[in-house]
Ligand binder design. Structure first.
Ligand code: AMP
Ligand code: ZN
Length: 118
């Protein structure tokens, strides 16, 4: 179900109405540490534009996805996880177990990942 910007947790984080541990910000992207880390390094990268999930990416808004990945590369370098490698995850919808309905990319690093994921 669509959630509007006023009720969106991550929109509130972008606006500073809910505190977060920021790792990076520019005009298009905000990045912050996950409150429940699943790896030694676990941060989230989100577009400032409210897009509810990967299913809603279109030709009109997809440029923010590139911005997210530019930020991921920069942050991974800055945090020192780039050389060892890391995992980028997007959970989409019910079966994807997306809990926050604002597009976000998890970045996990600092430990060996497993495949396939659960
Ligand atoms: P997902 O399950 O893919 O929708 O991911 C949502 C993520 O947001 C989870 O990993 C949560 O731990 C994280 N999260 C929820 N609330 C906060 C918050 N206030 N600050 C930082 N991360 C949060
Ligand atoms: Zn939002």
């Amino acid at each position: 179900m669509e959630i509007n910007m006023e009720d969106c947790l991550f929109c509130k984080i972008i606006k500073g109405e809910i505190p977060s541990k920021k790792v990076y910000e520019d005009d298009f992207v905000y990045a912050f540490y996950d409150i429940s880390p699943q790896a030694p390094t676990h941060f989230l990268v989100i577009p400032k534009e409210h897009i509810c999930c990967a299913n809603m990416i279109t030709a009109e808004n997809s440029s923010v996805v590139s911005k997210c990945f530019e930020a991921i590369a920069k942050i991974a370098n800055d945090l020192g996880i780039a050389d060892d490698g890391y995992r980028v995850i997007n959970n989409c919808g019910e079966l994807g177990q997306q809990t926050v309905k604002h597009l976000h990319f998890h970045v996990l690093g600092g430990r060996q990942m497993q495949w396939p994921p659960g």
